[in-house]
Design a protein around this ligand. Structure first.
Ligand SMILES: *[C@@H]1O[C@H](CO)[C@@H](O)[C@H](O)[C@H]1NC(C)=O
Ligand SMILES: *[C@@H]1O[C@H](CO)[C@@H](O)[C@H](O)[C@H]1NC(C)=O
Ligand SMILES: *[C@@H]1O[C@H](CO)[C@@H](O)[C@H](O)[C@H]1NC(C)=O
Ligand SMILES: *[C@@H]1O[C@H](CO)[C@@H](O)[C@H](O)[C@H]1NC(C)=O
Ligand SMILES: *[C@@H]1O[C@H](CO)[C@@H](O)[C@H](O)[C@H]1NC(C)=O
Length: 611
């Protein structure tokens, strides 16, 4: 009774207390169908939403409320809803990275969403204890929902190699009894720690269990979810394997990893949706005209697929659910928002370490430029901070991959949360001594201009979807030279002005809020919110900073310093540059026990005083 009373007295929480109000904007509605989906991917711990960006300011609690309303709404029409998440839930936000052990609060928050199907991403597998936390916590929290078609794990106690989760699942939907066979894949990832085994997708689909599953005659839809780009060789292979046997069964793919909004049309009955990153986007799909046991359809007619990329904010949520303010918030959703707020407090995520004098962008400005986060690192942070006491005054050239930086720094307070948002990685530095300066430059050239040489030459770097640059650029890096620009235009999340399609009949563009203006296989009408475009610039794979006592002299030899995470790439590039060094024997730790993240944080504390 008292609890209930307290609950009533609490101010109506929506989003996090410090989150900005969403800005009203023209919206495209959701087109519901027989079977509907909500999809998240690559959340990377952002369950509190974006506290400095109104367009993405709703939190996981609001998403819980939203999914509840959408489920009720479609079920009232006799339709079905499935909620999907395709991995990389971990690493990249203080809510995950700040706790010890990591993820303590996050997994507790995550479990409150009614997720129907989920998979692992590559980030769940980089470290032994991350995959084991997945095995012992997230898989049981979502028992019967978590799928791992191509991931095995060495059982932490029995030491047997076992599936991380069931390979696939057959089920029928609640309202219409639509018969679904679902799979959960990870792309052909090779960077996992050795306690997990990721079997290449192309091999997995030849296994008996998969072959049997796709021969099932009692199926209305194949549902392939995964941490796999929707335009990828892996999904092509799965599509061909299923379609080769089952010419008429619809296939719905959900994917991720590239951090982009994307939609792939495989054929008239098979499509795939990718739903961005960092809780910026909630992907929506509907399928109408499915032939089911109880609802026979005209022979051969194709189902109708509709897609929508929802901006994660309350303005969009209210519109799509047809509710507002008080009526939108569910008790459970509010509880989850409250849990997030309490977790953030317990983790001191609002603790301020300094104040950024102006915004520094990863890809919204040209590199190099004064507003580029990479220029800031090259010209200020690294030169001021890179110093190993054992190497005294030896000049050093530091190589940092641009993918080590994950997000922009906004003008204003730089907090405990910002630290992990900008660079969540725990890699420190290593170095090789006495490297001729010109060889080091050659290595930089190879890393930046010839990544395909590196990839083609060594299989364990052959994972087509890992790169030194931020994942948003993967679509570009992967394609052949001839296709590059077309691929770039098709897939990048933010587009330059010259690419924007006219939005006839919509509000004048000077009133629009800048944001996603996605172009995908189905056109330019995918985004729910009509935005003005944001420019997006390519960045190199790696940046460099020369740290030397005498800036007016180019040193003959240097300590070649690099982030540990990219050692394989640097070692291979060194081989191509004919630098005769055995990295496994001759490299050593530089600045022991300092990570790149520490380096940035220490610099901020010293240089960015708040007024
Ligand atoms: C994994 O181990 C590291 C180092 O001890 C620790 O900081 C981290 O919190 C652990 N992560 C998990 C998920 O247990
Ligand atoms: C995994 O790698 C560690 C070194 O990081 C090594 O000691 C261990 O033997 C390897 N285990 C297997 C099963 O290969
Ligand atoms: C919300 O939290 C209150 C207070 O802890 C609790 O009594 C209530 O059962 C929770 N409601 C739901 C739907 O989880
Ligand atoms: C960039 O910053 C430097 C140092 O503060 C300044 O000298 C230079 O004029 C700036 N360049 C531009 C284009 O603003
Ligand atoms: C830097 O090197 C130049 C050229 O050798 C020399 O003239 C200058 O004195 C040096 N400066 C410092 C600070 O050592």
């Amino acid at each position: 009774m008292l609890l209930a009373l307290l609950w009533l007295l609490r101010p109506a929480l929506a989003a996090q207390p410090s989150a900005p109000e969403p800005i009203p904007a023209p919206l495209r509605s959701l087109e519901f169908g027989q079977l509907n989906f909500l999809h998240t991917t690559d959340a990377h711990g952002w369950l509190a939403g974006h506290l400095q960006e109104p367009s993405y300011s709703a939190d996981w609690g609001d998403y819980v409320s939203f999914a509840t309303h959408i489920r009720a709404k479609v079920e009232a029409q006799g339709q079905d809803l499935l909620v999907i998440d395709t991995g990389d839930r971990v690493e990249g936000n203080g809510l995950y990275d700040s706790s010890e052990p990591k993820g303590l609060y996050l997994s507790e928050i995550l479990r409150h969403q009614h997720i129907d199907l989920l998979t692992s991403g590559n980030h769940e597998l980089y470290k032994q204890n991350t995959s084991e936390a997945e095995f012992f916590t997230t898989v049981p929290n979502f028992r019967g929902k978590y799928l791992a078609s191509n991931i095995d794990i060495i059982h932490p106690t029995t030491k047997d190699l076992v599936p991380l989760a069931p390979r696939y699942k057959k089920f029928t939907t609640k309202q219409q009894g639509i018969r679904i066979v679902a799979f959960g894949f990870l792309f052909d990832f090779t960077g996992n720690y050795n306690n997990t085994v990721v079997q290449p997708v192309e091999d997995t689909i030849k296994e008996d269990w998969f072959q049997e599953a796709i021969r099932d005659k009692e199926v209305d839809l194949f549902l392939v979810i995964g941490h796999v780009p929707v335009h990828s060789p892996e999904y092509q292979a799965i599509f061909k394997e299923i379609r080769g046997l089952r010419w008429d069964i619809p296939i719905q793919f959900f994917g991720g990893h590239q951090h982009i909004r994307d939609y792939a049309q495989f054929d008239a009955k098979a499509v795939g949706l990718a739903s961005g990153r960092f809780m910026e986007t909630i992907g929506f799909m509907s399928i109408d005209g499915l032939t089911t046991d109880t609802q026979p359809n005209a022979m051969g007619s194709s189902p109708v697929f509709k897609r929508r990329y929802i901006d994660n904010n309350l303005f969009s949520y209210h519109h799509h659910s047809g509710l507002d303010g008080e009526s939108f918030l569910t008790e459970k959703g509010q509880n989850v928002s409250q849990l997030i707020a309490e977790s953030r407090t317990a983790l001191h995520l609002d603790q301020v370490y300094g104040c950024a004098p102006h915004t520094l962008w990863t890809s919204r400005v040209k590199y190099p430029s004064n507003d580029s986060i990479y220029t800031w690192l090259e010209t200020q942070v690294i030169p001021d901070s890179l110093k190993d006491e054992w190497r005294s005054e030896t000049p050093a050239l530091a190589i940092v991959n641009t993918g080590a930086i994950r997000f922009d720094i906004f003008q204003g307070p730089f907090t405990q949360d910002s630290t992990f948002i900008v660079s969540p990685f725990t890699s420190g530095f290593r170095y090789i001594k006495n490297v001729p300066y010109n060889k080091a430059q050659l290595i930089m050239d190879i890393l930046n201009k010839q990544p395909q040489v590196l990839r083609a030459s060594q299989h364990d770097m052959g994972s087509p979807h890992t790169t030194l640059a931020p994942p948003e650029q993967l679509a570009y890096v992967e394609d052949t030279v001839a296709d590059r620009d077309a691929a770039w235009d098709r897939r990048i999340p933010f587009r330059g002005g010259d690419f924007q399609a006219p939005l006839s009949g919509d509000a004048p563009s000077d009133k629009l809020v800048p944001g996603y203006t996605t172009k995908d296989d189905a056109g330019t009408d995918g985004d729910d919110t009509i935005h003005s475009p944001i420019s997006f610039y390519r960045v190199p794979n790696c940046i460099q900073a020369l740290v030397s006592a005498n800036a007016s002299v180019v040193p003959e030899t240097i300590d070649l310093v690099y982030i540990e995470f990219i050692e394989r790439y640097v070692a291979l590039a060194a081989k191509f540059a004919q630098l005769d060094v055995d990295f496994s024997k001759e490299s050593d730790v530089y600045m022991p026990s300092i990570t790149f993240t520490d380096l940035i944080l220490d610099w901020v504390k010293e240089h960015w005083k708040c007024e």
